[in-house]
Design a protein around this ligand. Structure first.
Ligand SMILES: Cc1cc2nc3c(=O)[nH]c(=O)nc-3n(C[C@H](O)[C@H](O)[C@H](O)COP(=O)(O)OP(=O)(O)OC[C@H]3O[C@@H](n4cnc5c(N)ncnc54)[C@H](O)[C@@H]3O)c2cc1C
Length: 507
C-alpha cells in the first residue's frame, strides 16, 4: 500500500450530493479530497440535454442491471448510473421536482427528526437559481440553474389543456405550494445546456488550493479504527492507496455504491457479510435493504401532425395527481409528458409520436442490494422487487386508465391519430395488467438503501452519521427513507446541502 496522505474531509463520489458537499466545505475553509471512480466530465454529450442516450453503456455509466424480475415477465432491467464528475446528473432526465411537503413530514414522523418540510424547504431555496413564474418561496440566487418551460409548443400545450379538460387543476409552479396538477416542466437547463451538479457546485471552486479531485479512483473500503472511520482505501492506476480523513469521511457513492462500500467495509447484515468472507465491523442489518424506486409504464400515441422539436429536454410537462389508495402518501402519481416516442416495448413504434410515462411515486414494492462477491470490482446484485406487491400492478393499471381519459379530451383531438401502447387491443383490466408486466420499468429514482432513522433497520441517524461508526456520514439518495413524490435529483441536492450544514455544525 502506498501514498498515505490526508485531508480534513474525504468525500467518496463526485456525484449529485457529493458535488454540493464539496462546494460548501471548500467555501467554509476545509481541506477536502473527493474521490471519483469515473473520469473527468469532458465528453461533449454531457453538456447536451439530448446526450444521455450516447452516454448509456459508455465508460461514464456504471452499466448496472437488476436480477431477473419475477413479476415483470422475468425481464432484466437496465440501471444506468453516472460515473464521472456530476454522477447521475450527467445522464439524467433533468426534470427538477422538489417533491411534496407531505413526503418530508412523513419522513420526520417516521424518525427522521429535522427533515420535515418546514425544515428542508430553506435548503431547496438555497439550491435554486429559478427563472420561472410563481417565484414566491423559490430560490433565485443559488448555484443551480432551474429553467421553466415558458415557451411551450402547441403539442405540449394541448397535453396540459387536455389534463385540465379532464378535471385536473393547472399549476404554474409545481415546486411552490402544492405540486398537484398539470404543469410545464422545470429543468436543470441553462441556455440550452445540461447543468450538472458538478458544474453548478464544484467546478467554480475547482482551482481552490484546499480541494483535491482524484478521478479514476475506485474506492474499495472505508478504513475503520476503534469504531471510527479514519480514511478510505482506493485503487488508481492498478495501485492500492489510502487517504486519511482528519475530520470525517462522507459517502456520496449513490444508492448502489454506498451500500456496496458499507458491506465491503464490514458494515451490514452479519450473516451476509460472513457468506462472502468479510469480517463484521459493525452489525447493521438494514444496509442494502429498503431499495425503493418509482416504477412506470408508457402510453404511446401516434401523432397526426409533425411533432414539434423539444424546447426543453423532451420532457416538457407533467401531471401530478392523487390516487384512491389510502395506504400511500398523496400525491402518488406522476405522468411525464415526453415529446417523442419513448417505450420499453420497441416493436411497431410510429415514426411520429409522443409519450406520457405513467409513474407510481410511492410504490409498495421494495427490494434490496446485496454483494455479488467480496471483490470491489464486482457490481452488487440489485433486486428492486418490481411489482412484487400486487397493489402496484393495479395502481399502474388505474394510472393508465386515467391517462386514457386525458387523451380523450378535445384538446388532443387534432394530435392523436391512434393509441399505440397499450393500444386498442388492450382495453380490459386483465389485458392492461399483462401490458404493465411486459412494459414496466424502473423510474431510475432509486432510494433508501442506507435510510435515515432510529429503528434497528435504519443505517444513519438524523444527522446522517452511520449508526455506531463515528466519523462516517452518508450524503446521497440512499438515505431517503422512501421515494419522494417527484424525481430524486432535487431531494438529493437538498440532502447534500443539509449534510454540509451538519458537518459544519451549522445546525
Ligand atoms: C437515466 C436516469 C434518469 C433520471 N432522470 C431524472 C430526472 O429527470 N430528474 C431527477 O430529479 N432525477 C432523475 N434521475 C435520478 C437522479 O439523477 C438521482 O437520484 C441522483 O442523481 C442520485 O444522486 P446521488 O448523489 O445519490 O448519486 P450519483 O449522482 O449517482 O453519484 C454517485 C457518485 O459516486 C461515484 N461512485 C460510486 N461508487 C464509487 C466508488 N466505489 N468509488 C468512487 N466513486 C464512486 C459515482 O461514479 C458517482 O459519480 C435519473 C436517474 C437516471 C439514472
Amino acid at each position: 500500500m502506498t501514498n498515505i496522505d490526508s485531508s480534513d474531509v474525504v468525500v467518496v463520489g463526485a456525484g449529485t450530493a457529493g458535488s454540493v458537499v464539496v462546494r460548501r466545505l471548500i467555501d467554509a475553509g476545509h481541506r477536502v479530497t473527493v474521490l471519483e471512480a469515473g473520469p473527468t466530465d469532458g465528453r461533449p454529450e454531457i453538456g447536451s440535454p439530448f446526450g444521455a442516450g450516447a452516454l448509456f453503456a459508455s465508460e461514464v455509466d456504471w452499466k448496472l442491471s437488476t436480477v431477473p424480475q419475477a413479476h415483470a415477465n422475468n425481464r432484466v432491467l437496465y440501471q444506468p448510473r453516472g460515473r464521472s464528475l456530476g454522477g447521475s446528473t450527467i445522464l439524467n432526465g433533468m426534470l427538477y421536482v422538489r417533491g411534496a411537503r407531505s413526503d418530508y413530514d412523513a419522513w420526520a414522523a417516521a424518525g427522521a427528526t429535522g427533515w420535515s418540510w418546514r425544515e428542508v424547504e430553506p435548503y431547496f431555496r438555497r439550491i435554486e437559481n429559478y427563472d420561472g413564474p410563481g417565484r414566491a418561496g423559490r430560490g433565485t440566487d443559488g448555484p443551480l440553474r432551474v429553467h421553466h418551460n415558458t415557451d411551450p409548443d402547441p403539442l405540449v400545450t394541448a397535453f396540459v389543456d387536455a389534463a385540465v379538460q379532464a378535471g385536473h387543476p393547472y399549476n404554474d409552479d409545481y415546486n411552490a405550494e402544492d405540486s398537484r396538477g398539470a404543469s410545464y416542466a422545470q429543468a436543470t437547463l441553462h441556455r440550452g445546456e445540461r447543468v450538472t451538479a458538478w458544474r453548478a457546485y464544484a467546478q467554480p471552486v475547482a482551482d481552490s488550493a484546499s480541494l483535491r479531485v482524484i478521478t479514476d479512483a475506485l474506492v474499495t473500503r472505508i478504513v475503520i479504527e476503534n469504531g471510527r472511520a479514519v480514511g478510505v482505501e482506493y485503487v488508481r492506476d492498478g495501485q492500492r492507496r489510502v487517504i486519511r480523513a482528519e475530520k470525517e469521511v462522507v459517502l456520496s457513492a449513490g444508492v448502489f455504491g454506498t451500500p456496496h462500500l458499507l458491506m465491503l467495509s464490514g458494515i451490514g447484515a452479519p450473516e451476509h457479510l460472513r457468506q462472502h468472507g468479510i469480517e463484521v465491523v459493525r452489525e447493521l442489518p438494514g444496509v442494502g435493504r429498503n431499495l425503493r424506486d418509482h416504477v412506470g409504464s408508457p402510453m404511446v400515441w401516434e401523432s397526426r401532425l409533425d411533432v414539434p422539436a423539444p424546447r426543453m429536454t423532451g420532457i416538457e410537462a407533467q401531471l401530478i395527481t392523487d390516487s384512491a389508495d389510502t395506504g400511500t402518501i398523496q400525491p402518488d402519481r406522476q405522468a411525464v409528458f415526453i415529446s417523442f416516442v419513448y417505450s420499453t416495448i420497441t416493436e411497431n413504434l410510429p415514426d411520429r409520436g409522443f409519450t406520457a410515462l405513467a409513474l407510481l411515486l410511492h410504490p409498495h414494492s421494495q427490494g434490496e442490494v446485496r454483494l455479488r462477491s467480496a471483490d470491489p470490482a464486482d457490481a452488487p446484485l440489485i433486486d428492486p422487487g418490481i411489482l412484487s406487491d400486487r397493489r402496484d400492478l393495479d395502481a399502474l393499471v388505474d394510472h393508465l386508465e386515467s391517462l386514457r381519459d386525458v387523451a380523450r379530451q378535445p384538446a388532443l383531438d387534432t394530435w392523436i391519430k391512434s393509441e399505440v401502447y397499450p393500444g386498442p387491443d388492450r382495453m380490459s383490466r386483465g389485458e392492461l395488467r399483462d401490458y404493465v408486466r411486459a412494459s414496466v420499468d424502473s423510474g431510475q429514482h432509486q432510494v433508501g438503501t442506507a435510510r435515515i432513522g432510529t429503528d434497528p433497520l435504519a443505517v444513519v441517524d438524523p444527522q446522517l452519521v452511520v449508526h455506531g461508526v463515528a466519523g462516517l456520514r452518508i450524503a446521497d439518495a440512499s438515505v431517503m427513507p422512501v421515494t419522494p413524490a417527484g424525481n430524486t435529483a432535487a431531494p438529493t441536492l437538498m440532502i447534500g446541502e443539509r449534510a454540509a450544514d451538519l458537518i459544519l455544525d451549522n445546525r
